[in-house]
Ligand binder design. Structure first.
Ligand SMILES: *Cc1c(COP(=O)(O)O)cnc(C)c1O
Length: 369
């Protein structure tokens, strides 16, 4: 039993800014004088429509989304996109390019292969994955409908800061799973055909996946006929207020509050915070005389998922996790296939949480030499 809030380093769902939770609490029983909770609002009524529109406008402002692109809110988990992407964007072609950089970019291939031939841009890297396969070894099939990649591998702790656009054949859309880094750094949206992200990492609680789609890629005539209507993106576009069926209203509402909160500072602020937080941790790890080790190539170390191991082995790692939970931390257990420790530090994690974690790591190291 905890009587206070703790430092939540979970990979997602994860912490939400306290002012957002307090606002949601205050609004819970009677939202803006409607006499009901957001949980009870009709999705076709005016109060919810306002939330729905504010979320899309909030994303446009926060991410600086150009007029060429659309923001869509889909009620599902990001994993559903692994199938929905080929269904919607094969554009009559039978091949698609997939870059493998870790767990998530590899996981989505299984679903894609049901709908098209997958060209792996590079061979699967040896496990554990610690770096990104050098460009010389990439092969992009020019007949591919698109190139799909994941900009931040949440499980492996690998971030591809900038996609090497020069490998992309002209007119081939770039599609990116940005579930765990969208909103934590500035990106040039115009370079992308489609970006998708579940909101439960940087923008709130599970339920909604945000899609940012270049408008000309929404083509009804090339959506695969087997596509369920609820995943047919051009069809959703044509629906009243671009809402095909009942959205996850609560998740939309929390995302609205998070976007309002983050738009007060803007994305540059959160990018700097993300750089600062991760640097503190990696510097501490690198200076721990080998007690803690990061195996990830420093060129590709994730700012959002800092993964490290204790050189003393598994028993001590278990002890680290148990003690961290007693000391007011949560979610530090490493990813299932990687082990070790993973500190996920998304937008809502204050820098103070990272200072506290480092203090704990220092203390643990001294007590368990
Ligand atoms: C969390 C995550 C997913 C899966 O999200 P779900 O909403 O659980 O389906 C996919 N890709 C990346 C990069 C993630 O971090």
């Amino acid at each position: 039993m905890k009587s206070e809030r703790i430092w939540n380093f979970s990979s997602g769902p994860t912490c939400i800014p306290l002012p957002v939770l307090k606002k949601a609490q205050a609004d819970l029983l009677n939202y803006k004088g409607t006499g009901m909770s957001v949980l009870e609002l009709s999705h076709r009524g005016k109060p919810f429509k306002e939330i729905w529109n504010n979320v899309r406008e909030g994303f446009k402002k926060y991410l600086n989304i150009p007029e060429t692109h659309k923001v869509m809110l889909i009620q599902d988990d990001a994993s559903m996109q692994f199938a929905a992407i080929p269904m919607n964007f094969l554009a009559g072609k039978s091949v698609a390019n997939y870059l493998i950089t870790g767990h998530w970019s590899e996981a989505c291939i299984e679903d894609a292969e049901v709908y098209c031939k997958v060209n792996k841009v590079c061979p699967s890297p040896p496990k554990p994955i610690c770096s990104i396969t050098p460009l010389e070894k990439w092969h992009v099939d020019p007949k591919g409908a698109y190139l799909h990649y994941c900009s931040n591998e949440t499980g492996d702790g690998i971030m591809l800061y900038d996609f090497p656009y020069e490998v992309l054949p002209e007119n081939m859309p770039l599609i990116c799973d940005m579930s765990s880094d969208l909103g934590s750094r500035q990106i040039d949206i115009s370079k992308f055909g489609v970006i998708y992200a579940g909101v439960q990492k940087n923008f709130g609680c599970p339920g909604v996946t945000v899609l940012i789609i270049r408008k000309d890629l929404l083509d009804k005539s090339t959506v695969l006929p087997i596509t369920p209507s609820a995943y047919n993106y051009p069809l959703i576009q044509e629906s009243d207020n671009e809402m095909y069926n009942t959205p996850v209203t609560w998740s939309c509402y929390i995302t609205e509050l998070c976007l309002d909160y983050m738009n007060e500072q803007g994305i540059k602020y959160y990018e700097n915070l993300s750089i600062e937080r991760s640097k503190l941790l990696y510097d501490f790890i690198d200076n721990s005389q080998g007690y803690y080790i990061s195996r990830v190539d420093p060129k590709f170390r994730s700012r959002n998922n800092v993964i490290f191991h204790l050189s003393k082995g598994e028993e001590i790692t278990k002890k680290f996790i148990e003690e961290s939970e007693l000391e007011g931390f949560s979610g530090l257990q490493g990813f299932k296939t990687i082990g070790g420790i993973r500190a996920s530090i998304y937008n809502a994690m204050p820098i103070e949480g990272v200072h506290k974690l480092i203090e704990f790591m220092k203390k643990f190291m001294n007590e368990n030499k």
